[in-house]
Design a binder for this molecule. Structure first.
Ligand SMILES: [Zn+2]
Ligand SMILES: [Zn+2]
Length: 465
């Protein structure tokens, strides 16, 4: 690492220059962007590349999406000839590929290493964790998160960031809290954009700004949850194992996995048995291990296969397959048959009506449909099928309530900015954005609205034309 953020020069905000206390002669080569260290890089909680990009944007006081449009996309499209969609669509979901296995991830990681003078940012992508598997189905389309982790980090004053673990399609439960990851905001029910826009801060919904660390308190335990937890704990242990090997030996190669499996299946005539055990087919297994034209299964399929066979991918790669012979077809565990969400149950109409009525009468806070479903522990779609009118009405009211809250927050923020400016003027201090920020809750002046209020107030006071 090259002298971290103290020697970085922010090219996006020329006014940042001159703030460094070092003399030019003291400085080794400067990085163009702040050389932020990625979070938890040694563990399965390592930061994702898109999380890092968001953080770089916020640190440079620019919206992460604008930051990518200005600093990342032009060199990637011009110099490397990558074809990318328009910036807006790209930021909403296309940017997830930064975390993946394709050209965007490798070129993006290399470019960011260059711009920050770091050497480890490529490690925030999948190939440096799970190796050279094809990209299909490895990443979620949009980010997921554990609300309990976010709430805990905030309460403990720790940074709120986006681990790569949460981007894996195969990871559905938080290993720390044994509760489901979420992928839709509880308030506006929107999925999250990969690259944040102007107004959003870490841990906030990219659509409505609500803190995403609210606990839905909706997940019922039970045998299904325990089975799923067992599967997820196994997945995490495999991810830990793969990460350890990648850290020690570099990018993981899966070829030995398929060649050893091929030898085993052939020598033990085990195609039919392992197909039955794993819920696969003989043909599929033949395709996997065909050396002339192999069909690589997805990461999820591979792990489900290994789970059912009670081996880890690393054991297969190292040809430690002895206990495959002891796999008992009657006691097999099938992750592929586990539901991804809590099962639907028969809807208790009376109980639902009571909650709808309480919300409509104002005896409950203005919950949206998703929140009511979470509270009742029902699937949202079945609730909408049974109570279309009530759902439409509470959704309308919840939207109006959010709009009012947003307006109130805006009015409060505007007043705070104005007051801060007047206080500074009264003390004879120029009300620069930094000076105003020093009197306000953290992150206020990163909001575009706050900067507009700041500029307008300064104009009113005659500071700027
Ligand atoms: Zn958690
Ligand atoms: Zn939201």
């Amino acid at each position: 690492m090259k002298h971290a953020s103290t020697v970085a020069v922010c090219l996006l905000r020329p006014q940042c220059e001159g703030q460094n206390t070092f003399q030019e002669s003291d400085m080794p080569a400067r990085s163009r962007l702040y050389s932020l260290a990625p979070y938890k890089i040694e563990t399965v909680w390592r930061e994702s590349l898109t999380g890092y990009i968001n953080r770089l944007g916020w640190t440079h006081h620019i919206s992460p999406r604008a930051f990518v449009a200005e600093m990342i996309l032009p060199p990637l499209t011009k110099d490397l000839g990558l074809r990318l969609p328009a910036a807006a669509a790209f930021g909403a979901d296309g940017a997830m590929s930064f975390n993946g296995t394709g050209d965007l991830a490798s070129a993006g990681g290399a470019l960011l290493n260059h711009l920050t003078m770091r050497t480890d940012l490529h490690l925030l992508t999948l190939p440096w964790w799970v190796g050279d598997l094809p990209r299909r189905g490895q990443l979620r389309a949009t980010p997921a998160w554990c609300p309990l982790c976010l709430a805990e980090w905030r309460d403990q004053g720790q940074p709120l960031y986006q681990p790569l673990l949460w981007m894996f399609h195969i990871v559905t439960l938080c290993p720390r809290h044994r509760s489901p990851l979420m992928d839709q905001c509880l308030y506006c029910q929107k999925r999250q954009m990969i690259l944040a826009t102007n107004n959003t801060q870490p841990g906030e919904c990219t659509s409505c700004g609500t803190f995403l660390g609210e606990d839905p308190k909706s997940f019922a335990g039970g045998p299904e949850h325990e089975q799923q937890m067992a599967w997820q704990e196994w997945v995490i242990s495999v991810l830990e194992e793969l990460l350890t090997i990648s850290q020690a030996d570099g990018q993981l190669q899966w070829e030995p996995f398929f060649s050893h499996l091929a030898t085993y299946l052939k020598e033990h005539r085990a195609y039919s048995k392992l197909a039955r055990v794993t819920g696969s087919t003989r043909q599929a297994l033949h395709h996997w291990v065909k050396s002339d034209d192999p069909y690589a299964p997805t990461f999820q399929t591979l792990l489900q296969f290994c789970y059912a066979c009670n081996v880890t991918p690393l054991q297969v790669m190292r040809n430690q397959l002895d206990h495959l012979q002891q796999v008992d077809e009657r006691e097999t565990r099938r992750a592929s048959s586990l539901p991804q969400r809590p099962a639907r149950r028969v809807v208790d109409r009376e109980r639902c009506q009571a909650l709808f009525q309480a919300v409509l009468d104002g005896k409950e806070e203005p919950l949206g449909t998703s929140q009511v479903a979470q509270r009742l522990e029902y699937d949202e779609h079945s609730l909408m099928q049974h109570f279309p009118v009530e759902c439409a009405e509470i959704t309308r009211r919840a939207k109006a309530y959010r709009k009012r809250r947003k307006e109130q927050r805006f009015a409060l923020m505007s007043e705070q900015v104005r007051q801060a400016i007047l206080t500074l003027c009264a003390s004879g201090v120029y009300p620069s954005q930094d000076a105003v920020q020093s009197l306000l809750p953290s992150g206020t002046m990163r909001m575009q609205e706050a900067r507009v209020v700041w500029r307008t107030t300064l104009q009113e006071l005659g500071f700027e034309r």
